[in-house]
Design a protein around this ligand. Sequence first.
Ligand SMILES: *[C@@H]1O[C@H](CO)[C@@H](O)[C@H](O)[C@H]1NC(C)=O
Ligand SMILES: [Zn+2]
Length: 360
Amino acid sequence: MNGFSAALFKYLVVLFLCCRLSQVVHSSSIKNTEKIKEIETTKQLVFAKPHDAVHTHENPWYEHQPIFREKDTQSWSYSNTEAWPFLFPTCAGDRQSPVNIETILLKDYSKFYFGNYGGINRMVVTNNGHTVLFSLPLSYSPESVPYITGGGLPDRYNFFQFHFHWGSDSSQGSEHRIDSNSYPAELHLVHYNTKYGSFANATNYDDGLAVLGILITVGKSSRSAFRTVVDQLSKVENDGDETTMEKPISLNELLPSRITSFFRYSGSLTTPNCEQSVVWTVFDNPIVVLEDQLSVFRNLKGKGGLILVNNFRPTQPLERRVITYRSHTGCNVYRNWLLFPPRIKDVYQYCICRLLHLFM
Ligand SMILES: *[C@@H]1O[C@H](CO)[C@@H](O)[C@H](O)[C@H]1NC(C)=O
Ligand SMILES: [Zn+2]
């Protein structure tokens, strides 16, 4: 072995060891964090079972916001999702949501920053016949409004409301699917880009809204914030019911335990008018709730007094869109070292990234 290859050999050994070390430290830190669940890939594809069509005057979910009252509000329901494109032309667009998440492109987005996510002391809870909606009171002090930045978002997005989609049983309910798998429910945290001044104005722009999609799975425990949510439901059993929640609620607690990995794509609101103004984030790590808690959702009543279940839109064609993914470490360079000979530059880049990840 000549001097050069010996040096190269030593260099590679050191590099390999450092990578192994960072990987070992990293994976043990994952194992220590409870509740981290990988994506299940065994469920079967299920579709919404359409119930009888409801022909009543219906309002979009944001109707209770005064700013929307004058908007066109034709009838729509989850039993006629195929009719939406005819009633609301934007619903026929080529960037519609939700989608089935299958192929992804790795991307090194930064981490999210969640501002004022710790506690909201008052929320308005509304049953609008399509979902149950938790929104900030109009009088909420602007400097305390929760917001998000980072995570690849171009701007600061203020929190506006959160709501849920759920199924008649736990085999269905989520709007987004991962590898064609449905989850029992899905939580949407809706934010608008502060540069557009209001939620209503933001719906006119491609980067107007940022919605965090959180998949909900059934398990043996749940967060206290979710209990707080479920406790409100008995007060808004019927379409049009509204109550003020006096108990504080922490949005942080509604987030999955791992928020560093997520899917990203550009799409739309999943209810008419299906505005194509949403930068979607879907976390691959679900939150866990009790089956009994989902039963409480399934007892709510919607339009026409019918039981409010299966309030999810079927997945829409991806068309020309690409779904990107931030992995937990954010280190998204070439990784199948054993299968394909990597380029030194890639290995080096990956190592540096993993090492930096250890200290940040
Ligand atoms: C909507 O946002 C644009 C871009 O920031 C701004 O110029 C416009 O004045 C806003 N419109 C309203 C009604 O707030
Ligand atoms: Zn939604």
